[in-house]
Structures are given as structure tokens and as C-alpha cells.
Design a protein around this ligand. Structure first.
Ligand SMILES: Cc1cc2nc3c(=O)[nH]c(=O)nc-3n(C[C@H](O)[C@H](O)[C@H](O)COP(=O)(O)OP(=O)(O)OC[C@H]3O[C@@H](n4cnc5c(N)ncnc54)[C@H](O)[C@@H]3O)c2cc1C
Length: 323
């Protein structure tokens, strides 16, 4: 039975795929669920499709608003995304895997060559600017948009999740957060449009932090890598969970087809690289002075499509040769 290390999105997607093909799955998870996690909690429409066997209850998100201090650009999503907290989503996926027959072991497992490695980002030593993520849930009026508020370097996403709550989640440079001693309420109050958006909303939990964040492939590891254990994409795209689910399913199929781990990684690379290149380009461009003006003429829907892997309504299939 393949060991799956990590029982969050990528791990549970892998387990469900194995079980769907009549194979057993053993999940190792070091944390107790449910638990909050720093995440924008925007589940891409394609991820909703990939998880269509699992009953997910959140709030539909129909549009995107890109907001700079001096300009705004809005566009509809190609299909509804889902706003759903990681508290609920991760528990729902784990419940679905267990109900389908997965075994769960509460431990900290070590990656090995035959394992599906879904343990998420591993901290890397990094030189230069350090980025941190933060998030909290707010009560108060909601809408059906995901809003991305850009500031001089980072951004903050605002979108509805379940139970009438709004998730507020962002990424900022450590040096900028130090200006307000990591007090996110004060940091937000310095950004007029974001502060106006959150007026009348009441924070329901302490701010959670994660980081430092590092974008790109993770440290070399062994096994069938998937999700953030494989590569971490800048969260402004809101595609990390999609990539986790898609590569989790791919890892399961790689195991079932007897592919080598190298062939599996290559299949993931072909799936993710075009979107990652675009995302990396867009991340750099987002803070150029002319971009807010250009964004009003460019097709937001086109940029959105470019920033995520296209699964064309179905899970990707491996085509590499067997070992
Ligand atoms: C600030 C921020 C905002 C984001 N916003 C969005 C968004 O709006 N939309 C989106 O799609 N993506 C977003 N993402 C990305 C998304 O959160 C990740 O891509 C996604 O969580 C990856 O899922 P995963 O299953 O690979 O890893 P994780 O969700 O990190 O799960 C890994 C699991 O493995 C467990 N684990 C770790 N090590 C071990 C071990 N040795 N043994 C056993 N268990 C272990 C952990 O406890 C954890 O449960 C955001 C990320 C950040 C940082």
C-alpha cells in the first residue's frame, strides 16, 4: 500500500484517486484536523470540477477585481469558483477519503522513494527580502467577488467563504510588516481602499501568519511529489489548491501506472510550467507603475486563464512510458 505523506489537499486528492481505482491508501498526517491555515481560500473552478465527487459547501465566487491605489479592473470568472475555508475544506476531503476506505496514521513520516509526498512547503533558507502570508476571517456584509488589493509590493485578497464570513489574506514583505510591528489591522488602515472595503466587518479570529514564503520548485526530495511539496506558485493566482489537487491525482495515477518518480515529475512539469512562467511574469509586472493603466485594456479573463494549468474539464492523464 503506498504511503501518502500529508493528508491535506494533495494527499487526500491522491488517496481518493487510488481508492477510486480500487487501490488502498494510507495517509500520514502530523496535524489534527480541522485546523485553520493561511490561505486565500479561493478554490479555482477547475479544482471544483476535479473534486466534483466530494460534497463541498462554500460560497460561489463569480468575479475578480484587481485594485491598485489609482485604478481598478474587474472581470467575470469563466465558471464559479468556491470560497471555502481550509478549516472546512481539508476536513471534508479527509472525511471523504476515510469514508472511501483510506487509512489515517497520525505521525510525522519521512519521505521515501515509493511514497506519495504531499507534505506541503518546506521552509528554505533564503537570502534577501523575506515574504510573509497572513489571514483572518471577518463577519459582516459579503459579495461574490474575489478582490485583490495591490500595494507597493504585496497584496491582500478579500473574498467570501462559508457561513457569511469573509476571508482576508495577503502577502507582504517582512520589512513592510515591521513598520507596523506585524499589526495587520494597522497595516490595513494605511491602505484606504482596503480599509474602506473592510469597514463594518468584525474580525473573528487572531491574525495567522506563515512564512517566509519562497516561490518555485521546492528542495529536492524523494518520492512522487505533489502539491506544494513539488512547487509553490505565488498565491496571488489563487491556483495553488488547483495545482495540489491536480498533481495529487496525477501522483496516484503515476503510482498505479508504475511510472518512475522522474517520469512523474516530468508529467507534472509539463502540466504546470506554462502557467508558472506566466504567473512569475505577472507577479513581477503587477507592481510596475503602468500596469494599473494597462490592466484596464488587457483582457482580465485571458490573464486569468494564462496563470493556471488548463485541465480542459478533466483530470490530466499521464502519457510517459512505464519503468
Ligand atoms: C498566503 C497564501 C495564500 C494562498 N491563497 C490561495 C488561494 O486563495 N487559492 C489557492 O488555490 N491557493 C492558495 N494558496 C496556496 C495553497 O494554500 C497551497 O498551494 C495548498 O495548501 C497546497 O496544498 P498541499 O496539500 O500541497 O500542502 P498543504 O496544504 O501545506 O498540506 C500539507 C500537509 O502535510 C502535513 N505534513 C507536513 N509534513 C508532514 C510529515 N512529515 N508527515 C506527515 N504530515 C506532514 C501538514 O500538516 C499538512 O496538513 C495560498 C498560499 C499562501 C501561503
Amino acid at each position: 500500500m503506498p504511503d501518502i505523506i500529508g493528508a491535506s489537499l494533495a494527499g487526500c486528492a491522491a488517496a481518493l484517486e487510488l481508492l477510486r481505482h480500487g487501490q488502498p491508501a494510507r495517509l500520514h498526517e502530523k496535524s489534527s484536523f480541522p485546523r485553520h491555515k493561511v490561505c486565500g481560500e479561493f478554490l479555482d473552478p477547475q479544482a471544483v470540477t476535479l473534486l466534483s465527487d466530494v460534497p463541498l459547501s462554500g460560497t460561489p465566487i463569480n468575479g475578480v477585481a484587481l485594485i491598485w491605489p489609482s485604478a481598478e479592473s474587474r472581470f467575470p470568472l469563466p465558471a464559479p469558483a468556491l470560497g471555502i475555508s481550509r478549516y472546512r475544506l481539508d476536513q471534508t476531503l479527509l472525511d471523504a477519503a476515510l469514508a472511501s476506505g483510506a487509512e489515517l496514521i497520525r505521525d510525522t513520516a519521512k519521505p521515501h522513494a515509493a511514497a506519495i509526498v504531499a507534505h506541503g512547503r518546506k521552509p528554505l533558507s533564503q537570502k534577501g527580502q523575506r515574504l510573509f502570508g497572513f489571514k483572518a476571517h471577518f463577519a459582516g456584509p459579503t459579495n461574490d467577488d474575489v478582490e485583490l488589493h495591490f500595494n507597493s509590493f504585496g497584496y491582500t485578497g478579500v473574498n467570501p467563504i462559508e457561513d457569511g464570513l469573509t476571508n482576508v489574506c495577503g502577502v507582504a514583505r517582512e520589512e513592510d510588516l515591521k513598520d507596523t510591528a506585524f499589526d495587520i489591522d494597522r497595516w490595513i488602515s494605511n491602505q484606504p481602499k482596503l480599509a474602506a472595503r473592510l469597514q463594518g466587518r468584525v474580525r473573528q479570529m487572531d491574525w495567522l501568519f506563515t512564512g517566509p514564503l519562497f516561490y518555485g520548485p521546492t528542495e529536492a526530495s524523494v518520492g512522487y511529489l505533489c502539491g506544494d511539496a513539488l512547487s509553490f506558485v505565488d498565491p496571488f493566482t489563487g491556483s495553488g489548491m488547483l495545482c495540489a489537487v491536480a498533481t495529487g491525482q496525477l501522483a496516484a495515477r503515476s503510482v498505479l501506472q508504475g511510472l518512475t518518480t522522474e517520469h512523474h515529475t516530468e508529467a507534472c512539469r509539463r502540466l504546470l510550467m506554462p502557467a508558472f512562467r506566466w504567473s512569475s511574469l505577472m507577479r513581477r509586472a503587477l507592481h510596475w507603475p503602468l500596469v494599473p493603466v494597462l490592466a484596464q485594456t488587457l483582457s482580465g479573463a485571458w490573464l486569468y486563464r494564462k496563470s493556471r494549468p488548463s485541465l480542459q474539464g478533466s483530470a490530466p492523464r499521464n502519457t510517459q512510458s512505464r519503468r
